[in-house]
Structures are given as C-alpha cells and as structure tokens.
Design a protein around this ligand. Structure first.
Ligand SMILES: Cc1ncc(C[n+]2csc(CCOP(=O)(O)OP(=O)(O)O)c2C)c(N)n1
Ligand SMILES: [Mg+2]
Length: 596
C-alpha cells in the first residue's frame, strides 16, 4: 500500500510551520473546539481520545517532547516500559486481551528501531496496533540528522500500513485512518511517523476530515453461494474437521463457532493462536494440532474428508509437509484476507469475509449428523494418545507445573508465554475455555514476549489473574520490564520453567544434531534475587513437593511475583512432527504410550 506521504491537507490552513520554540507553540495552542487553532501534537492527542484511547505505552525522547507535553494533561493512562520493544509487546498484548487497538509511542532513531521486533510480532499474528514515532524536522530528513532513521522504510515490511505526515493539516485524518486500517479486515500494526515540526505546527482544524482510503476495501459479508457450497459439503461429509485459527478470536466469533460445531456436530482443532476460541472441555475438542499438537488432532486432520479452516492460514508449523497435508480432504477456507486463500494449500471452497458473519449464515444451512464411525475413531485416538508425562519423576516436570497452575486458577487465568518448550507445555497442559485467554507470539515466535505481554494484558484486564509461563532464556531477554510491573503495581505472575537451557533448541540438537548442544546453554542469574532487587516477590522451587505451595503463594501475592521452577533439564515436548515431515509422522508417541 502506498504511503500517505505527500497527500495534502489543502483544506486545512497551515498558520505557522514552527513556533519560536516548541513549548511556545504549544502554549499558544488552543485545545478548544473543533474549528480552532491547534498545535499538531494537540490534534494528535484529541484524535486519539476521539478514537477511544484511554491507555498508551511508550518511551520519550527529543522529537516526541511536544507530543508527550500534550499527553501530560490528557485523560490517558500512560505506561513507560524499560525498552521500546517491551512497550510494543505491551500494546500488542493489551490489544489481544481487550479486543481494542493498542497504542505505542517511541522517539525517532533508536526508539523507532526498538519497535521493529514488536511490530513484526504483531504483524505476523494480525494484532491491531497504532505506533506513533517521532521524526527529525522535515527539512533535516535525509541529512543523517541526530537520531534520524528511515522509520517508514525500516518498518514497511513489518506493518500493515505506514506513513509519514508532513503537514499538520493531515494529522487528524491520518490518525483516524490508522485506527481504521489497524482494526478492520485482517488486523495489524500501523505506524505514523511524526516530524517534530509537524507536532508543533499550528493548524486550523475546520477542514474536512473524512478518511481518504480509496484503495482500501474490506469485505465482511461472505458470498451467499460460497456459503451454501460450504454448508452442502459439511452436510455430505462423513469425516469432517473444523480447523480454527486466531482469526476467530480477532473476529469475536467464538459463539458462532460453538453454534456451528454443535449444530453440524464437528470435531474442532485449533492452532496455538486459536486456543480458547473453542472450550477445550467440550467433547468435540481435539485440542491443538501441528508440530506439537495432539496425536488425535493430527490423525484426524490427516484422515478427514473435509477440512473447514476458519481464520487460519495453513502455517508450516500446522501443516507439516504441505503436499501430504490432509490428503483426502476437500478444503473449505473462511478468511477475511483474500491473500491467504490458496496461499500454502489449495482450497476447494473459499469464503472471503468476516468469520463471525459467515459462520452465523453457515449455521442456518448445516444439519446435524451423528457420524458414529468417525467419532468412535477419534475417541480411540484420544484414549491411546492423550498428552502425558512421567508423574513419578523425582525432578519437577514442567507439565505438572502447568497442570497445577490450571488447577489452582480453575483454568481461568490469562496466560502469556515465552517461546520454545515453555510455550508448548503451556499450550498443551493449560486448558483454555474462552477467547483472549492465551496470549502468545505464534507467527514470529518472539522470545522475550511473555513478560511485557503479561504487563499489557494486566493493564487491559486489571481484575484478571495474569500469568507469564516463560523460559529462562526468554525471560532473560526482557526481564527489566519487571520493574515496569512494580512501578505500576501490576500483580502479574511469572512462572519460569527453568531448565537452564534454550530448551527447544536443545531438543532439536538432541534429536537432529547428535546431542551436540552448541551454544544453547546460558548461565542464569538467581531469578528470585533479581525479582526482589527489582521490587517484586521472588520464589525458588526445586522440589516437586513444593510446587503446589509455591503456586498458592504466588497467586496470593499482591505485588508482581516471579517463581523460578528448577525443572527437569532435558525434558522434551511430545509429540513432535519433525520439520518437513507429514503431520502423522509424529515422534514420541512410543514414549507417550509407555507412560500409561
Ligand atoms: C528473539 C529470539 N531469538 C531466538 C529465537 C530462537 N529460539 C527459539 S526457542 C529458543 C530457546 C528458548 O529458550 P527458553 O526461553 O529457555 O525456553 P525453553 O525452550 O527452554 O522452554 C530459541 C533460542 C527466538 N525464537 N526468538
Ligand atoms: Mg529454557
């Protein structure tokens, strides 16, 4: 999509490009009614408020001072992370937990560059964020000015849309467009780059301010004929599977999903990001599919005659080897993003549009079928290959820790995760029953996401129990954010599944690199001491018998709390479909069977 740069704000009168000083200009600004004279920074803040923003995350710096000065008095809660990456993950998790758009601000150059990982994380998982970055004065752009970086250039591949505003008259409209683009269609991050002279420019605000997005069309209503074709295929199918992704959660379509699965009697498997879209305690749940999915989900997908994908994108962690994926299945794909259809896997019946609206239509046309043989087969797989671990081990099993967390929180906590084994154990052993309950970096797989994500989720949901299930190495990456949780009195909980390894990397090295553990070991600090030094509660657990008591203590803590679980060092995640293999070529099933 083209940048907005250069779109004129002709109907708005620029009165002065820059005041004698930014402070003077801002003081002269009138933050009153609609057709008044305002500084650019005030226009931005007013438009954010108009868009319903009441919480922002961000870090200050030279070229965003005018904006921060206006935010100082604004009715917006502001959270300062310890690093802009953390701020971006916080805004991302705030959006995932609340369904609103997350907002993050950073200064030019290093500040903007620090957002890149956070933006890419949000982009891969289709999370609506608006990022505002300061930029050097317009006349300095391209001069290698102090703290100048080509922010729109750097972030173009990791944003749904980005632009630089060079005329204060374009600000209100651009901010509105950013929120609209971020939150509609396939959601994603939008970045607006703001040169400091535009922030201080005085501008009349009586011009037209409708959005100008002629090239941006969102299709929400699905094609009636395609929906009927999908319904007919479902009604005919002997062995169907519903394969559900994070799109169902973004579309707030869990209720429609439940109705569809119930009425048509369909087994449901979800991706990592789809967990929670369908209550895992339901008998039709097959739990998660894919590389570390359940054997019963993977077998069902491989043997189904109809795969109904909703809000999912056939990621390689889900499909395994693409040309042997669901070999006997006709494929229905319901998705808001036309570019996702037949991108990785050939689709027989595409339905483009909003998952909520489409499933609401589909449910009217589907019929109940018992499918006795199919459900019996699934029940057999479930009986033979449930997720298991060694319950008689003398060392702490990570799966037990997650089960205990689930038990003591009655399955109701919001869980954020790091990346690697900890993430997979959280996905396998916590039981999710509602949407927006699991907040995890799926597409990018960003280590260091868990802690800032817990902070963002806790800000969005102050009354919820928010637990970061993290890895030791992932926690190391962003642990300074603990100090953010302390500053804002956010009672987040962090459970470090501390195996003293980059465990998932070690697992691959054990299985595929002859146990040569190249650079997958770090010496870690004592996390309980780190926690208390930063003002949080720190607990260390090294015996299985102490796990339940530590979880209880953690859940009762009023301050942020970190529990360092010294787990079995070389535990593996099973089952595992090795990269490039078919979904039914799972390793570890023999191990699971032996554990009966
Ligand atoms: C920022 C980043 N760097 C590197 C990786 C590659 N990577 C994936 S999992 C992993 C190890 C994670 O170790 P840890 O956080 O201790 O989790 P564990 O697997 O042990 O539970 C690494 C290095 C990544 N996903 N993200
Ligand atoms: Mg580890």
């Amino acid at each position: 999509m083209a940048v907005l740069q250069g779109l004129s704000g002709k109907d708005n009168k620029m009165v002065s490009k820059s005041g004698s000083s930014p402070q003077d200009a801002l003081r002269r600004a009138d933050s009153g009614g609609k057709s008044s004279l305002k500084a650019g920074a005030q226009i931005i803040v007013d438009t954010l408020i108009e868009q319903g923003v009441d919480t922002m995350f961000g870090y200050t710096g030279g070229v965003v001072l005018p904006l921060f000065d206006r935010l100082y008095d604004a009715p917006i809660k502001f959270i300062i992370p310890r690093h802009e990456q953390g701020g971006c993950h916080m805004a991302d998790a705030y959006a995932r937990a609340s369904g609103k758009v997350g907002v993050v601000v950073a200064t030019s150059g290093p500040g903007a560059c620090n957002l890149v990982t956070g933006l890419a994380t949000a982009m891969m998982d289709s999370v609506p964020i608006v990022a505002l970055t300061g930029q050097v004065r317009t006349e300095l752009i391209g001069n290698d000015a102090f703290q100048e970086a080509d922010t729109t250039g750097i972030t173009r591949p990791v944003t749904k849309y980005n632009c630089i505003v060079k005329d204060a008259g374009d600000l209100a409209r651009t901010v509105r467009e950013a929120f609209y683009i971020a939150s509609t269609g396939r959601q994603g991050p939008v970045l607006i780059d703001l040169p400091v002279d535009v922030e201080v420019a005085m501008c009349r605000t009586d011009g037209p301010d409708e959005m100008k997005l002629p090239g941006y069309r969102v299709r929400t209503k699905g094609h009636a004929k395609q929906i009927s074709m999908a319904a007919k295929a479902i009604n005919k199918s002997e062995q169907p599977v519903l394969y559900v992704g994070g799109g169902v959660i973004s579309a707030n379509a869990s209720e429609e999903l439940r109705a569809l699965a119930e009425k048509a009697h369909l087994p449901v498997t979800t991706t990592l990001l789809g967990l929670g879209s369908y209550d895992q305690s339901q008998p039709c749940s097959l739990d998660m599919l894919g590389m570390h999915g359940t054997a019963y989900a993977n077998y069902a997908v491989q043997e189904c005659d109809l795969l109904i994908a909703v809000g999912a994108r056939f990621d390689d962690r889900v499909t395994g080897k693409v040309n042997t994926f669901a070999p006997n299945a006709k494929i229905v794909h319901i998705d808001i993003d036309p570019a996702s259809i037949s991108k990785n896997v050939h689709v027989d019946i595409p339905v483009v549009g909003d998952a909520k609206a489409i499933m609401a239509e589909l449910v009217k046309e589907v019929e109940f079928r018992e499918r006795k043989v199919w459900f019996k087969r699934i029940a057999e797989w479930k009986k033979k290959f449930p997720l298991r671990y060694d319950k008689n081990s003398s060392t702490i099993k990570p799966q037990y820790v997650v089960e205990e967390l689930c038990r003591q929180t009655k399955g109701e906590a919001i869980i954020t995760t790091g990346v690697g084994q900890n993430q997979m154990w959280a996905a396998q052993f916590y039981r999710f029953s509602r949407p927006r309950q699991l907040i995890s970096s799926g597409g990018l797989g960003t280590m260091g996401y868990g802690l800032p994500a817990a902070i963002g989720a806790q800000v969005a949901m102050p009354d919820a129990t928010v637990i970061d299930i993290d890895g030791d190495s992932g926690f190391n990456m962003t642990m300074a954010e603990l100090s953010t949780a302390v500053q804002y009195e956010l009672p987040i909980k962090v459970c470090i599944l501390n195996n003293g390894y980059m465990g998932m990397v070690r697992q691959w090295q054990e299985l595929f690199y002859g146990k040569r553990y190249a650079m997958s070991y770090l010496s870690n600090p004592d996390y309980a001491s780190v926690a208390s030094a930063l003002g949080a509660v720190g607990i260390t657990v090294d015996k299985t018998a102490d796990v339940a008591g530590a979880v209880k203590k953690m859940l009762g803590a009023k301050r942020p709390c970190v529990v360092d679980f010294r787990i079995e060092r070389e535990e593996n995640v099973w089952p595992m479909v090795p990269a490039g293999k078919s979904l039914d070529e799972m390793n570890g099933l023999d191990i699971l069977e032996r554990l009966i």
